[in-house]
Write a new protein. Sequence first.
Length: 487
Amino acid sequence: MTFTVIKQFVPERKTFIFVTLLTAMILAISGFYPASSVAAKYSTASLPPESFSNLAEEVSPAVVNIRTVKTIKGGGRVFRQFKKGPFGEDDPMRDFFDRFFDDDQMRDFKQRSLGSGFIIDKDGYIVTNNHVIENADKIVVILNDEKEFDATIVGRDKNTDLALIQIKAKNDLPVLNFGDSDSLKVGQWVVAIGNPFGLEQTVTAGIVSAKGRVIGSGPYDDFIQTDASINPGNSGGPLIDMEGKVIGINTAIVAGGQGIGFAIPVNLAKNIISQLKNSGEVTRGWLGVGIQDISEEVAEYYGIKEKKGVLVTEVFPGDPADSAGIRPKDIILSVNGETVDSARDLTGLIADTGIGDTVRIKVMRDRKTKTFEVKIAKREETKIAGKSTPKEKQAELGIRVAEITPETARRFNLKDAKGVIVVGVDSDSKAAEAGLKVHDIIKEVNHKSIKAPSDLSKAINDVKDGETINLFIRRMNRGFLVIKITK
């Protein structure tokens, strides 16, 4: 009788929660267990939301659609293939193709792309991904009310794939506030909002599947994984918590995967966005070392009870660590008293340190601890690229390759570190035409194993002119491929 009356006054979808709490109260009164523990266990915060409608209505106005146009000079490599004609040098229509696709007459190709973003203040600043707006000639922002504005780039950061753009709008713009991604818990409900496949604004819901994911996208990998649907076009859109605050920036998906999306934690993004807004660029601290995590074997060898700390594999001459006295095989234990558990921890701590600041770095050397005072320098990406590993030019193919160091293997999540990594491809080279890309791992040439740049040079030199060079490679998120090049 009691439950019949309850159902007449309580909405159907709230009945379960109401009845559960009522039952728990009766049990608590009867002395089965404390009421406080019941309330904590069955609080509505731990149950699935009844509806995402109110949240979507509140947040959606500040989420924008971003459309870009990029000019590919001369139509790009795809168009140049047409100029050759379908039958090569002996094509009877060659004169026609020469006239129609003459280099002087080829028109520029306009490449269009789509993405998402969100407004962070009334002055029209919008956060998105760097890959959404990189090299764009024109950026158009479309608001939720379908008003369009041209946008300018305030600043961008390739390392974290973040960018800040701005529009000049006279009307009062809706904004989103940042939350706290550090307080996120696995299993917590989140909502992704964006414009997948160029469709109008779409809302998808899911949970936090994991935190601290490393997907090989760069030195600052620290992604939130979620099963809220994220598709092409969602890039740059916000990942929202149940309070309507941004806790992540949707960035990547797994090709062919379902229910696997990645977002940049907002706590990582806050400092980046602030620097972009204030100066248009991001400055990071630089220590000048190559590092790797401590394996069980290394921990046993050095007598470390726990696998904490970071092993220094290389010290770059003349850089801060070298000047302070840090050496290869030192194990960095802490920075300014803050424990370093992994290479990612150290990279983040140093990156966030002010340029010119002095830090105390505690290391273990020969089973004894030492402390060094190191004056942090500015991280220069071009300088680092030149120092990271020895590179060798393969003139025949028009590529530059480097050895795979432990740091490279960690960065690109390589379990098998055999082969050489492509660090440069000349735009007009045979390798570029065949489709070889930067970050491809060359593992074999014509079935010959490649372990070092010198192996690659020798294998290619052994191939005669006119013969085929078969490159057996591994490509991120694609697996193994074979690239064929005629020498």
